[in-house]
Structure formats: structure tokens, C-alpha cells
Design a protein around this ligand. Structure first.
Ligand code: HEC
Length: 286
């Protein structure tokens, strides 16, 4: 009798903990190739300055960053990482871009996202001694003006810590009029190579905790190839964007490579993630 009760309790705990969540067979999930580029100092204020950025007029008419920059990300990264353009502090040996394969799927309860890429050359000063690599992605539910064009750029501003014009070294990402209550926020999830995972958000400031959706973030390096898999409940709590079938969400991601912090990351343009809905990246039910 006692054993029987124990077994039932254990089974209930397993169900509550979503231990049944299992990533799909990634070999069968198509990959979207997205090249991350080193963005130099290109906060949203720079992006919308006509005298600085050739894309402004089209952007104001509703063209996405990716429509102009998806193909040429590697060339852009090269210009900025070398200091030829908008980078006052080039890091020697740093690569301008990182090509990444992104795969997505869902099983009706969870979203699975897999990122894979080759470790680029590095060897610069270790700003983050604990983590060689960190990968983060953000999701947005079509409530922040511009997020459908720019992906994460609505959180990137001239006054952020590590930016040349920063006045406060605690100032992290923020969104104009950002608030959880109005839905004007980005969901932010991060994996670090030391083995940590974070489930936060960006509203009036960046918060790296409080989310209830992230179940797992696991990364490994085989040879020189990294792969990171996130398992995230479709729904969550405060600061989590509730994902539902038939809808698309704004999506962007970034890698802090070679022990970097702050703005010294490689970033994606903005893309759409669809839950059983046609998008740039399709999380189709398996
Ligand atoms: C209509 C096409 C177009 C759109 C849309 C566009 N850009 Fe650009 N962007 C350009 C062109 C052309 C350049 C290069 C020449 C220049 O700066 O005028 C450029 C340059 C840049 C650069 C500097 C690196 C380089 O290669 O010169 C960055 C960074 C950048 N864009 C980011 C963005 C972001 C972020 C968005 C969306 C919020 C965006 N762009 C939207 C056309 C576009």
C-alpha cells in the first residue's frame, strides 16, 4: 500500500514537472539559415537618423530590416567589426558574422527551438570570464510599434550600458512605453555555456527572472559545432508571452561569443515565428 502511494506521487510529480516534454527528431525539422552580424553602435535612434542610415525612408513605409539586410548580413558585420563603420572600439580578431541554423517545433504544449552554429575564431579579452558563449532570443506579440520590422532593435538605445554615450552603467535594455500590463514587452530567454538559463523580459527595463515558461535550455559543443535547445511552455505567467496556434510572433536572437558582454554581441534582424502558422520560422506541430 505504502509503495503504491509512493509510486502514484512520483508519477504525479513527473506530470507536473512536464518531464514528458521531449524535443522532436531534429533531423526531420527544416532549418532556417540566419546570419547574425556584429551591429557596432547602431541603436534604434541611429537606425532612424536619415543622414546616417540609408534605410530610413523605406523603414518608415513599413519595410523590414531583414528585407534589406538578410542577404548582406556578413558584409555589414565585416564593416562594423573592423571599425570601418560605427564602431569606435573594434575588438581584434573578432568575426563580423555568425551563420546560424534555426529550427522550431511544437507539440501542443511546448515550443522547441534549436540553434546550431560553428564556433568562430576568437581570443580577445574575456569580459565574461564564466561564459564562453551565451545565446538569447526575444519574442514579441505585435504590440510594440516597430517590433514587426526591427525585431529586437526596439530595445536597443544610445543610453544603454557599454554604449559609448552611456551615463549609467546599470542602464539595461528598455522599450518606449514598455509595461507588462499593456503587453508592450519582449519575452527574453537566455542560455549560457556555464549551464545557466534565464526567463525574463524587457519592458521599461530588462529583468532576467520571473518567467514561468522556460522548462529547459541545454547546449553542447561537438567538435567545433554548438547546438542549443530551448524547451518553453506555450503559455506561462507574467512576463511570458502566451503563444497560440495559428499566430505569428516577432522574433530576434543574439549570441555573445568569445566571452563578451553588453553590446558586443552578434544579432539577428527581426523575423517572424509562427505557431502552426506560416512565418519566417515555422514551429509546426509534431
Ligand atoms: C530599404 C532598405 C533598408 C532597410 C529597410 C533597412 N536598412 Fe539598414 N541599411 C540600408 C543601407 C542601404 C545601408 C548602407 C548604407 C547606409 O548606411 O546608408 C544600411 C546600413 C545599415 C547598418 C550599418 C552597416 C552597413 O552595412 O552600412 C546597420 C547596422 C543597419 N543598416 C541596420 C538596420 C536595421 C536595424 C534596420 C531595421 C530597423 C534597417 N537597417 C533597415 C538599407 C536598409
Amino acid at each position: 500500500m505504502r509503495l503504491h502511494t509512493l509510486a502514484l506521487t512520483a508519477a504525479a510529480a513527473v506530470i507536473a514537472g512536464n518531464a514528458f516534454a521531449a524535443p522532436p527528431d531534429w533531423g526531420k525539422v527544416p532549418a532556417k539559415a540566419i546570419t547574425l552580424y556584429y551591429p557596432g553602435v547602431s541603436p534604434i535612434e541611429w537606425v532612424y537618423t536619415g543622414s546616417e542610415h540609408g534605410g530610413v525612408r523605406a523603414l518608415k513605409k513599413g519595410e523590414t530590416c531583414a528585407s534589406c539586410h538578410h542577404q548582406e548580413a556578413a558584409d555589414m558585420g565585416k564593416k562594423m567589426v573592423s571599425g570601418q563603420k560605427i564602431e569606435p572600439k573594434p575588438i581584434p580578431g573578432k568575426v563580423g558574422s555568425i551563420p546560424v541554423n534555426v529550427q522550431a517545433a511544437n507539440d501542443g504544449a511546448n515550443l522547441y527551438l534549436r540553434f546550431s552554429w560553428k564556433q568562430p575564431a576568437g581570443g580577445a579579452e574575456k569580459m565574461d570570464k564564466d561564459n564562453q558563449v551565451k545565446l538569447a532570443f526575444m519574442l514579441e506579440d505585435n504590440k510594440i510599434p516597430g517590433a514587426n520590422l526591427s525585431g529586437c532593435w526596439e530595445t536597443c538605445h544610445t543610453d544603454l550600458r557599454t554604449m559609448p554615450a552611456a551615463k549609467d552603467d546599470k542602464r539595461t535594455k528598455w522599450v518606449k512605453d514598455g509595461a507588462l500590463a499593456s503587453g508592450k514587452f519582449y519575452d527574453l530567454l537566455q542560455w549560457t555555456s556555464k549551464g545557466a538559463k534565464f526567463d525574463g523580459h524587457v519592458a521599461d527595463k530588462r529583468v532576467m527572472e520571473g518567467g514561468k515558461a522556460l522548462l529547459e535550455a541545454k547546449g553542447e559543443k561537438k567538435g567545433d559545432e554548438w547546438s542549443v535547445v530551448f524547451t518553453r511552455k506555450l503559455t506561462g505567467g507574467e512576463g511570458d508571452i502566451a503563444l497560440s496556434a495559428g499566430k505569428t510572433y516577432n522574433f530576434g536572437f543574439a549570441i555573445h561569443d568569445d566571452h563578451t558582454i553588453g553590446r558586443f554581441h552578434h544579432v539577428s534582424s527581426g523575423y517572424t515565428l509562427g505557431i502552426d502558422a506560416k512565418a519566417d520560422i515555422n514551429a509546426t506541430k509534431q
